[in-house]
Design a binder for this molecule. Structure first.
Ligand SMILES: C[S@@+](CC[C@H](N)C(=O)[O-])C[C@H]1O[C@@H](n2cnc3c(N)ncnc32)[C@H](O)[C@@H]1O
Length: 239
């Protein structure tokens, strides 16, 4: 993958965001874009090829999109197109994390993501092509880039990420979906175990499914509590 291809998709994404950011608050637009994209890839939409709709998902989608005028609404698919192009050009790359780091976060909660070459080094040390069917976990996943790097070398595993920031959890969810990873992302505090939301990705078929606490693997199995022992042998933790 050439640097210019990555730059082109990133620049296109950035240009559309700049236009939206002149009229709406930039971090709000970014977070809304993530929510809208996750709604679009809801498992019901994907599996029924849009012949059926999930009522709760539709309600959420409309509550977000109704805040914008038509000119802005027309830019959201273009943002998604640029994001998809970046994955097509360079699978397992992290346009969302790059944009978030450059334009959105001010480093709150330690939101400084691991540089790609370090992710690559760590995943080469931890992963090999015989690593299969394991749980791979980042308890403070950011945009999910350590997990993406692992998946590049060993995709046939189950990927799990938590983050206390809903924006980060949503970036990871989209990154999982667009790269065909299977697993779950929870918006939760990994230390206090306060749980807010979770999304299962490409489980029981392609698509994203928001799950309640009682169905959240990450909440129910709490990898760092006493249940941890049960899965210790099959779980790799990246952090
Ligand atoms: C240094 S970044 C690392 C992100 C990612 N693991 C990486 O290597 O690129 C730390 C992340 O931890 C998250 N975080 C901070 N406190 C947390 C907590 N108590 N529970 C879950 N996530 C937390 C932040 O929102 C941030 O995304």
């Amino acid at each position: 993958m050439s640097q210019s291809k990555h730059y082109n998709a990133y620049k296109e994404f950035q240009d559309h965001m700049n236009i939206l950011g002149r009229r709406y608050e930039l971090s709000r637009v970014f977070d809304d874009f993530l929510s809208l994209a996750i709604c679009s890839f809801h498992r019901t939409n994907i599996q029924s090829k849009l012949t059926q709709k999930d009522a709760t998902n539709e309600e959420l989608y409309h509550s977000i999109i109704n805040k914008y005028d038509q000119k802005a609404i027309d830019l959201f698919p273009k943002l998604l197109g640029a994001l998809q192009l970046s994955v097509y050009n360079e699978p397992y790359s992290d346009l969302l994390g790059d944009y978030f780091t450059e334009h959105i976060t001010r480093g709150q909660n330690g939101q400084f993501f691991t540089p790609q070459p370090i992710c690559e080094l760590m995943s080469r040390i931890n992963a090999c092509d015989i690593t299969q069917g394991k749980r791979v976990y980042d308890p403070s996943c950011g945009s999910g880039r350590t997990l993406l790097s692992f998946a590049k070398h060993a995709p046939d595993n189950y990927f799990f990420g938590n983050d206390v920031s809903s924006t980060c959890a949503k970036m990871t969810t989209l990154n999982f979906f667009l790269n065909g990873l299977r697993g779950e992302v929870a918006w939760m505090n990994t230390l206090s175990l306060e749980w807010y939301n979770a999304w299962q990705v490409n489980c029981q078929g392609i698509g994203i499914l928001p799950v309640p606490k009682e169905n959240s693997i990450l909440y129910q199995e709490k990898p760092h509590t006493k249940n941890h022992k049960r899965h210790n042998k099959e779980q790799l933790t990246l952090f």
